[in-house]
Each structure stands twice: as structure tokens, then as C-alpha cells.
Design a protein around this ligand. Structure first.
Ligand code: KG4
Ligand code: ZN
Length: 339
């Protein structure tokens, strides 16, 4: 089975072709164009610019991945496209393209939830845990603890009550004068810093069940910076390390708590923040200590990509989950209902 995946929900244009045979999946071709340098000078993604870039980049990119995969269109089983959540204009570019291509080539089009793509990213390296498993899903807009009982069967165990973890990285980076996206920028600076110098809050570490809160951390960083005035390079690195440690410790503690409470010793992590080396190391250590099997997607499949969208499409087809009769791009689209 071959599926073409298309992703245009935010500021990454991506296309990929996946082949699955006898349960084993292989990425035949993939391309990704990040617009982050275009949006960096605005301090965040500008929706109108993102849509225009997708329009420019997507059609030749799809031609290129089809050619590299060495496939004719009729060899495809379906086109899987991110239908939400995300920026409406950006989503519409991918969805319109997929629909038009589907119509012309006589292929079915599968609307994929972007977070469902993230959720199964570990499967791209053959590391999908058995059902049921838990996932710490941490991206720019979401911080979720999800229980997965099967494809399309998700329940929400916890989520952020304010900022997402990635958003906290991005906002703190901005306070430190670092470029967007802030996560990799903070991680780079933090590598040279001392995480114990600044005692930053660990919001809701011991409270709030499995929910998270990150807006207080950003405010604490703002006050620290006001006290410090013009911090030197070493101080900025220490602060970055303190921010990274605070965010990661809370994420790991709650993910492990969820495994204990649900009595499910299988955990995956997904979304852009899951590329963070400190988070991965803390998760590895915590999971090993508690006898939890941890499935980590490769770093490049944590951030937005099209292979994960194609893979979610393949899983849906394999589980008999076809597209609904009518559907459209959905900028807001919850993945799971509260447990
Ligand atoms: O999943 P993603 O690529 O896009 C969304 O669906 O949101 O996640 C982007 C988020 C951004 O907030 C970015 O700062 C964060 O992931 N991020 C990281 C790292 N790489 C990306 N955060 C911490 N450490 C990283 N290495
Ligand atoms: Zn994403």
C-alpha cells in the first residue's frame, strides 16, 4: 500500500510517499521546506505569508516526491492530508490541492488530524507500542496527555490550562532576545548553562492532577530578567538552562504519573518539543527507573513533517477508518474527549 502525505497546517510545507507491506513501512521519498527564517523577523508565524508560501512550494514538491518514489499516481491507495487543527488559510492550501489531485487522479482523500500524525510518529521508525499506550504530546500549540486504545480511540487525560510547552519555550526565547522558533534556540543556549542557578517555578508539579500550566513560568522569567538588567552571556545561558529544566521536569513527572495512574507501562512522546534532548534524556531515565517501555520518535519526525501524516493515513486505512462523507479544513479540532 502506497500513500502520499501532505502537511501545510502551519509554517512547514511537506510532502512524503510511504510504502507499507506486511506491517513494515518505509518512506520512499520526502521533502520539507521550513518557512521559519521568513517568519523569524516577525517573532512568530504570519498566517497570510504562510499560505502564500504553501501555494508556491507545494505543487512542485508533490511532483518531486512522486518522481523520487518512482510511482505513477495510480499506484497510490490514497492521499492523506492534514485537515486541522492549524491556520485556516494554510490548511486550505493542502486540502484544496489534495482534493483537486484526488479528483483528477481518481484517488480517495483522507483528512488527517495533525496531532494524530504526531501521535503515531514513533511508528515511522518501527517503534509503535502495543495498545493501549500513553502519549505526551507537546507541540507549539498543544500540551496533552493522551491514552490511545486503538486507531481513532483517544482519551484526554490531561492538558495545559494556559500556554503550551512549546509556546512557553517560544515566549521565553523572545524575552531572552532569541530567534523563533524558541525551543531549539533555548536548547542551544542551555547546553552551556547551569540549570540549578535560577530557581524557577515548576508550575502544577504537585497539583492539578495531570494538567499543566506554563504561563507562570514565562512571567517568572520576565521578572528575573528585569532584576538582572543586562545579563552577560553566562547568565543568559544559565537562565535558558533553568527554563528548559523547569519545563522538562514538569512534563516528565506528569507523563510518568499518568502511566502509574492508568497502570499502562507504555509511553510515547511526540510533537516538536519531543525533539528536545534534555526532555528525551529525562524521559529515558524516568521510564527505565519505573519499568516503562518508552518509544521515542526520531528527532526529525517529532517536528512537523508529511511522513507522519501519510503514516496516520495508512493506519486509518488498515483499520477500516475511511473519510467521512463530508469534511472540511478545521482550524480548531479536538483530538480526544476527556477521559
Ligand atoms: O510540532 P511542531 O513542529 O509544530 C506544531 O504543531 O506546533 O512544534 C513546534 C514547537 C515550537 O514551539 C518549537 O519551539 C518547539 O516545538 N521545539 C522545541 C525543540 N524543537 C522544536 N522545543 C524544545 N526543544 C527543541 N529542541
Ligand atoms: Zn505539529
Amino acid at each position: 500500500m502506497h500513500v502520499l502525505g501532505i502537511e501545510t497546517s502551519c509554517d512547514e510545507t511537506a510532502a512524503a510517499v510511504l510504502r507499507c507491506r506486511n506491517g513494515a513501512c518505509r518512506i520512499l521519498s520526502e521533502q520539507l521546506a521550513s518557512q521559519s527564517s521568513i517568519h523569524a523577523r516577525f517573532g512568530g508565524v504570519v498566517p497570510e505569508i504562510a499560505s502564500r508560501e504553501h501555494v508556491r512550494l507545494l505543487p512542485p514538491m508533490v511532483d518531486a516526491v512522486m518522481e523520487e518514489a518512482g510511482l505513477e499516481w495510480e499506484a497510490l491507495e490514497a492521499i492523506a492530508v492534514t485537515a486541522g487543527p492549524g491556520l485556516m488559510g494554510a490548511l486550505l492550501v493542502g486540502v484544496s490541492y489534495a482534493r483537486a489531485a484526488g479528483l483528477v487522479q481518481g484517488l480517495k482523500v483522507l483528512p488527517i488530524h495533525h496531532m494524530e500524525g504526531h501521535l503515531f510518529a514513533a511508528g515511522l521508525s518501527g517503534a509503535m507500542p502495543a495498545f493501549p499506550f500513553l502519549t505526551l504530546l507537546v507541540s507549539g500549540g498543544h500540551t496533552l496527555l493522551i491514552r490511545t486504545d486503538g486507531v481513532g480511540r483517544y482519551s484526554l487525560l490531561g492538558q495545559t490550562v494556559d500556554d503550551a510547552a512549546g509556546e512557553c519555550f517560544d515566549k521565553c526565547a523572545r524575552l531572552l532576545g532569541l530567534p523563533y522558533p524558541g525551543g531549539p534556540a533555548i536548547a542551544g543556549l542551555a547546553a552551556k548553562g547551569d540549570p540549578s542557578r535560577f530557581a524557577l517555578p515548576r508550575p502544577m508539579l504537585h497539583a492539578g492532577g495531570l494538567n499543566f500550566s506554563f504561563s507562570g513560568l514565562k512571567t517568572a522569567v520576565l521578572y528575573r530578567l528585569r532584576e538582572l538588567g543586562e545579563p552577560d552571556a553566562g547568565t543568559r545561558a544559565d537562565l535558558a538552562a533553568g527554563i528548559e529544566a523547569a519545563i522538562c521536569e514538569v512534563l516528565v513527572a506528569k507523563a510518568l504519573r499518568a502511566c502509574r495512574e492508568q497502570r499502562i507501562p507504555r509511553l510515547t512522546v511526540a510533537g516538536g518539543v519531543a525533539a528536545n534532548a534534555r526532555l528525551r534524556e529525562l524521559l529515558r531515565r524516568g521510564a527505565a527507573k519505573e519499568g516503562i517501555a518508552l518509544s521515542l520518535p526520531e528527532g526529525r519526525y517529532c517536528t512537523d513533517n508529511a511522513a507522519m501524516i501519510a503514516y496516520a493515513g495508512i493506519l486509518r486505512l488498515q483499520h477500516g477508518l475511511e473519510a467521512p462523507q463530508t469534511w472540511d479544513a478545521r482550524p480548531r479540532w479536538p483530538l480526544a474527549v476527556p477521559a
